[in-house]
Design a protein around this ligand. Structure first.
Ligand code: ZZB
Length: 258
């Protein structure tokens, strides 16, 4: 899988995270949460950043001035892709549990909401991407179902309601809607982030329709087809130093003998 890894710079740590990171990175260095995405053209619509609350994350040194918050698994992959200073070597300076990071404020490149919060999502997989997921509820059914639930049950999740209530702005027009994910969630009668089966179906429909029939409604490539705009937005982010290419080997097939 060829992902775009986006750099979400930490602006303000949540209290628990601040305690953990204290003294671990130089004063003049930046720390980034780094989600892996297959949809760089949707980055205009980011409203928050998800971590798995029970997952383990590390803070890895990428260079003198830059540190990345990702899973160790992702760091090990990145070490062989020219992303860190020394080939094959990872340098971890701190450990977080996802829950420590909830409430951290980060800068989301390209987004209409440049400042977004880190929020919990139980379904984030430790075995895919970086374990950090940027949330685009306009075009991702999983994200729409999750932010809806977070806003509805803010106390239960231990977050501020307004963190999950940033406006969802249309960014891609398709023949059925300019808010494809909310449309599909409603149409398939998805009522919770736990409706895994319907969410998978909605995601597949959203990928297909977005890619083949979507037209950009915003940004520098407004009016262009998603198929055309996708690599252009990606290049723009990479040139600006706000993203980099990250790929990972296909999941190994587990043999029957184990
Ligand atoms: C932003 C975005 C906007 C995404 C969108 C999708 C969509 P996939 O589809 O399953 O192959 N993702 C990345 N890492 C993880 C993880 N560890 N656990 C759970 N979800 C993860 O995986 C790729 C997409 O799944 C990524 O692209 C990311 O969400 C999420 F409008 O980034 B995406 C129709 C989907 N639309």
């Amino acid at each position: 899988q060829e992902y775009t890894a986006l750099k979400l710079k930490v602006l303000e740590w949540a209290p628990k995270a601040a305690e953990v990171i204290k003294g671990k990175v130089p004063e003049d260095a930046s720390v980034f949460l780094v989600p892996a995405t297959l949809r760089p053209e949707t980055m205009y619509g980011q409203v928050c950043c998800f971590v798995g609350p029970t997952l383990a994350y590390g803070v890895f040194k990428a260079s003198e001035k830059e540190y990345y918050v990702i899973t160790e698994r992702a760091a090990k992959n990145m070490a062989y892709q020219g992303i860190f200073e020394k080939e094959g070597v990872i340098e971890k300076v701190a450990d977080f549990q996802g829950s420590d990071l909830i409430g951290t404020e980060v800068h989301a490149p390209l987004s209409f909401h440049p400042k977004v919060r880190v929020l919990p999502m139980e379904s984030v997989l430790a075995t895919k991407g970086t374990g950090v997921v940027t949330s685009v509820p306009s075009d991702s059914p999983d994200d729409f179902a999750m932010v809806t639930d977070l806003a509805k049950k803010a106390d239960f999740y231990g977050i501020k309601k307004e963190w999950a209530e940033l406006e969802i702005i249309p960014i891609i027009q398709t023949p059925t809607s300019d808010l494809l994910a909310p449309y599909l969630v409603k149409k398939l009668k998805i009522s919770s982030p736990k409706d895994a089966k319907q969410l998978l179906e909605a995601k597949e429909l959203a990928y297909k329709e977005g890619f083949y029939a979507g037209v950009m409604k915003v940004g520098d490539f407004k009016g262009e087809k998603v198929e055309i705009a996708k690599p252009k937005v990606r290049e723009q982010l990479i040139k600006a130093g706000e993203a980099f290419a990250y790929s990972e080997p296909e999941n190994k097939v587990v043999s029957r003998s184990g």
